[in-house]
Design a protein around this ligand. Structure first.
Ligand code: SF4
Length: 229
């Protein structure tokens, strides 16, 4: 397939953003939600969502979902997690990536929530960012899915796809978040992660995206795409 690259980036008009979101929404509707979103729609519990988000880092979605369910089945609350040893948590969340580090972080997070936030997950970005293992991506996902607070969670898929579309030109997810906030309507800030994670896993994949099947190809500048299917 022929490719094109360009170094320009222009924020798209609102009408184009609406069309792209509508097309991606239709396209991914037949796929299962990402693991953290599934936890969010089934439990709505901020602590479970926070746990799932921490576990999801560098871990496949199916592994994240199974590990979250195992841990929450044994310890569904902050206090219940604090009764477990680090080894027991590691056993429950294995084979998540960095499961030993995450077991230690989950215990530290549970202690912080108990000691500094009266046992409830804070609906505050700075408070979340002060927890071990929680970066902007995690904090924004928790704010959006747990509390409905508009925040753009820019993970590797959102960063890659928005750059390929030519909507932004950025080197880091944090930079992407700042740029996207300037023109993506706020009502789409929570949804963008869920949509583009699924779209990035199925179609606009990191290596050789499936451009020939892409429902938004007409809107895409394919910036940096040198090989596609
Ligand atoms: S799959 Fe190809 S055409 Fe579709 S968004 Fe990704 S790079 Fe653009």
């Amino acid at each position: 397939m022929t490719t094109s690259t360009t170094s320009t980036s222009d924020p798209p008009p609102a009408s184009e953003i609406r069309r792209v979101f509508a097309a991606v929404r239709r396209f991914v509707a037949r796929h299962e939600l990402p693991s953290v979103s599934l936890v969010a729609v089934t439990s709505r519990d901020p602590f479970s969502i926070l746990v799932s988000t921490v576990l999801s880092l560098r871990t496949r979605d199916d592994v994240t979902l199974a590990a979250t369910r195992r841990l929450v089945a044994v310890a569904p609350t902050v206090n219940a997690v604090l009764t477990l040893s680090e080894d027991r948590i590691a056993e429950l969340i294995y084979p998540c990536g960095f499961y030993r580090t995450k077991a230690r972080q989950l215990l530290q997070i549970a202690r912080i929530i108990r000691d500094q936030h009266n046992g409830t997950v804070p609906a505050d970005r700075d408070a979340l960012l002060a927890m071990p293992g929680v970066g902007r991506k995690t904090a924004n996902l928790v704010l959006g899915l747990s509390f409905g607070i508009p925040a753009i969670c820019v993970d590797t898929h959102v960063h890659r796809i928005c750059n390929r579309l030519g909507w932004i030109r950025s080197r880091t997810p944090d930079e992407s978040e700042r740029l996207l906030e300037q023109f993506v309507p706020k009502r789409l800030w929570i949804e963008i992660n869920e949509l583009l994670v699924l779209f990035g896993q199925q179609t606009c994949t990191p290596q050789s995206p499936r451009c020939s099947l892409c429902p938004i190809a007409a809107h895409c500048r394919r910036v940096g795409v040198t090989r596609s299917r």
